[in-house]
Write a protein that binds this ligand. Structure first.
Ligand code: PEP
Length: 257
C-alpha cells in the first residue's frame, strides 16, 4: 500500500512570525500521527525558520515553487539547490502559477527535471478549468499536462502528482470523491502507459481543491487517492490536524480490513 501524504500549501500567507506560530500549534500533535506523510509548504521567506523548528520532527518541509536554473543572474528567483538544503518537496505547476504567472507546460517540465536532479521531490499539479470540465475535456486536459510536464523523463523517482481541478481550488466547491477517484485512476493508467505498471502502482496521486476536515474522508477512502494537497484549511491548525488524523485513521482501517 502507498503511504498517504497530506501537504499543506500556505500560499502567500503568513509572515515569518505567523509561520513560526502556526508550526508550533501543529507540531506536537502532528509529529505523533503515524502512517501518513505530513508536509507543510510555507512561503520561501519562512522556510529556514520553519526548517529549524521541524528539525527533529516527522513533519517534512516543501516549497511552493522554484526556478529551474541552479544559480546565476535571475533576480528574485529561488533555485533547486537553495531549496534542497532546506526542503524535501517542492510544488510545481500549481494552477495559480499557470494562471497568474503564465507558467507553461514546457517551463513546468524544466522545473520538474531540475527538482529531481537536485534531489527534491516534485509535487506536480495538474487539473482542468471549469469550462474544460463542463465540455467533457477533463481527461484530454490532464493527459496533455501530464505528457508535457513529464516529457523526456525516464524516471519519476519521488515525484508526487496532485490532481487539482482549477474550479475546485479555493472555491469551496470540491469535486466528489467518486469524480476525483475516477480522474486519478485515469492518470494512473496514463502513467502506466508512459512508464510501466509498477511505476504507476507506486506513484502517489493526491486530490486538491477545497479539502477540509469535513470532506477529507470522502477522498481518502477512495482506492486511487493517496492523500491531499490542502490550501486554505492548512492555515487553520485544528483543521489541518483533523485532516491528517482522519487520513491516518481511515487508511489504517482500510489496511486492516
Ligand atoms: C491548493 O492551494 O492547492 C488548494 C487546493 O487550495 P484550497 O484547498 O484552498 O482549495
Amino acid at each position: 500500500m502507498r503511504t498517504p501524504l497530506i501537504a499543506g500549501n500556505w500560499k502567500m500567507n503568513t509572515t515569518v512570525s505567523e509561520a513560526k506560530e502556526l508550526v508550533h500549534k501543529i507540531l506536537k500533535v502532528l509529529d505523533k500521527i503515524e502512517n501518513v506523510e505530513k508536509v507543510i509548504c510555507p512561503p520561501f521567506v519562512s522556510l529556514a525558520a520553519v526548517a529549524e523548528i521541524l528539525k527533529y520532527s516527522s513533519i517534512k518541509l516543501g516549497a511552493q515553487n522554484m526556478y529551474f536554473k541552479d544559480k546565476g543572474a535571475y533576480t528574485g528567483e529561488v533555485s533547486p539547490l537553495m531549496l534542497a538544503d532546506l526542503c524535501e518537496y517542492v510544488i510545481i505547476g500549481h494552477s495559480e502559477r499557470r494562471q497568474y504567472f503564465n507558467e507553461t507546460d514546457g517551463l513546468i517540465n524544466k522545473k520538474v527535471k531540475a527538482a529531481l536532479e537536485a534531489g527534491l521531490k516534485p509535487i506536480l499539479c495538474i487539473g482542468e478549468k471549469l469550462e474544460e470540465n463542463e465540455a467533457g475535456k477533463t481527461e484530454k486536459v490532464v493527459s496533455r499536462q501530464l505528457y508535457l510536464a513529464l516529457a523526456d523523463m525516464d524516471r519519476l523517482s519521488g515525484t508526487v502528482i496532485a490532481y487539482e481541478p482549477v474550479w475546485a481550488i479555493g472555491s469551496g466547491r470540491s469535486a466528489t470523491g467518486e469524480q476525483a477517484n475516477e480522474t486519478i485512476g485515469f492518470i494512473r493508467q496514463k502513467i502506466a502507459n508512459l512508464y510501466d505498471r509498477v511505476t504507476a502502482q507506486n506513484l502517489r496521486i493526491l486530490y486538491g481543491g477545497s479539502v477540509t476536515a469535513d470532506n477529507i474522508s470522502e477522498f481518502v477512502k477512495q482506492i486511487e487517492i493517496d492523500g491531499a494537497l490542502v490550501g486554505g484549511a492548512s492555515l487553520q491548525a485544528e483543521q489541518f490536524i483533523s485532516i491528517v488524523r482522519q487520513t491516518a485513521d481511515i487508511r489504517s482501517h482500510l489496511a486492516s480490513g
